[in-house]
Design a protein around this ligand. Structure first.
Ligand code: K1U
Ligand code: ZN
Length: 167
């Protein structure tokens, strides 16, 4: 089991765009296992490869209480979205910050699993919000960037204080 280092906002590497996966090999399966182990250990309900400085289109999510429903999305694409959700979000790259972002309530996602098998997933509620949050990471967007400038300034000040305390 390997736990990966999660980048902290405002690290510039969080703003890189992830490339599609083209080869479904053993190293991809290992990265998926490491991402899942890192997510469960954090603990979190989702993790995008971008957050561990691996700029490939890979996401792991598990919103179950028993940690027994891992969803792996490789090269995900939202093909349908509807409704409006206002679930409070957190982010392992922005520890201690929670806020509401307007997202679609339901999404239909097309993706591949770690073996290269294509599938379609229909999600709603927290799973749908988590998928949208993690897909934003793949395009270099962090959820706090949806917040007002004032809130973003406060987030940066809070994170800078956390950093000073831990130094
Ligand atoms: O950093 C991330 O992208 C993961 C993030 C995912 C997420 C959470 C809530 C709404 C949208 C996306 C997290 O997992 S933050 C931690 C968290 O939510 C949590 C931690 C422990 C137990 C339950 C939830
Ligand atoms: Zn996040």
């Amino acid at each position: 089991m390997a736990l990966l280092n999660i980048l902290r906002y405002p690290d510039a590497r969080l703003h890189k765009t992830a490339a599609p996966v083209t080869v479904f090999d053993e190293s991809l399966k290992k990265l998926v296992r490491d991402l899942a182990d890192t997510m469960y250990a954090a603990p979190g309900i989702g993790l995008a490869a971008s957050q561990v400085d691996m700029h490939k289109q890979i996401i792991v999510i598990d919103v179950s209480e028993r940690h027994d429903s891992l969803v792996v999305l490789v090269n995900p694409e939202i093909v349908d979205a509807s409704g409006v959700s206002d679930i409070e979000e957190g982010c392992l790259s922005v520890p201690g910050v929670y806020d509401i972002v307007e997202r679609a309530e339901r999404v239909k996602v097309r993706a591949y699993d770690q073996n290269g098998k294509p599938f379609t997933l229909e999600a709603q509620g927290l799973l749908a919000v988590c998928i949208q949050h993690e897909m934003d990471h793949l395009t270099g967007k962090v959820f706090v960037e949806y917040l007002s400038q004032l809130k973003q300034q406060r987030v940066r000040a809070k994170l800078a204080k956390q950093l000073r305390k831990s130094a």
